[in-house]
Design a protein around this ligand. Structure first.
Ligand code: PNS
Length: 173
């Protein structure tokens, strides 16, 4: 992919950030955070972190493909998977910042622990972006549960994800 060139940034190091997650599948809440990060950084890496103990509805490659499709318009988003520590993903790509959405106070405790652990491990900073209130209740797990019971999730995921979800759940029935 071609990363959009930022006027005046020639010869300067690109400012990079990572939006990590499971993305099983990506929701409008994730997309909103990635879109906002893509306005703040030259390159946003979306890292689909592989958790071998969690089997997902979508294979990692399918998640990546869906994320690529819905972030293509931003022009500065790179999507890949990673098996390992997030700090190692950051080190290998020279990424100094992790961008995370915070939906509610309930997210904060664990997010703070991870941010402090990651900072202690490698010095990487975590920046929290308040989730758009429209999506403050939204999670991939809830989307899957509601969709599995035939509930309407069309307003919660991008159309291409809705299509993939509908197809996958029909196969699983
Ligand atoms: O979408 P999720 O499942 O809430 O994302 C959690 C994720 C993947 C960002 C987090 O579990 C993570 O960073 N995993 C990678 C392994 C790692 O670095 N663990 C130590 C965290 S301090």
């Amino acid at each position: 992919m071609t990363i959009r060139s930022v006027p005046g940034s020639e010869g300067h190091q690109l400012r990079r950030a990572v939006c990590p997650g499971s993305f099983d599948p990506i929701t409008n809440g994730h997309l909103d955070i990635i879109a906002r990060a893509s306005k703040l950084y030259d390159v946003v890496h979306v890292a689909v972190m592989i958790n071998k103990s969690k089997s997902g509805l979508f294979a990692v490659d399918e998640r990546i493909e869906l994320i690529r499709q819905v972030t293509a318009e931003f022009g500065n988003v790179e999507v890949e998977s990673f098996h390992g520590l997030l700090v190692d993903f950051c080190k290998q790509r020279d990424i100094p910042a992790i961008v995370k959405g915070l939906r509610a106070v309930s997210d904060f405790d664990y997010e703070l622990q991870m941010a402090q652990m990651n900072n202690g491990l490698s010095g990487v900073e975590t920046l929290f972006v308040p989730t758009n209130p429209t999506y403050s209740f939204l999670s991939s797990s809830l989307v899957k549960e509601v969709a599995a019971w035939g509930g309407d999730v069309a307003h919660l995921v991008p159309p291409v994800v809705l299509e993939a979800l509908t197809e996958r759940l029909a196969k699983e029935r």
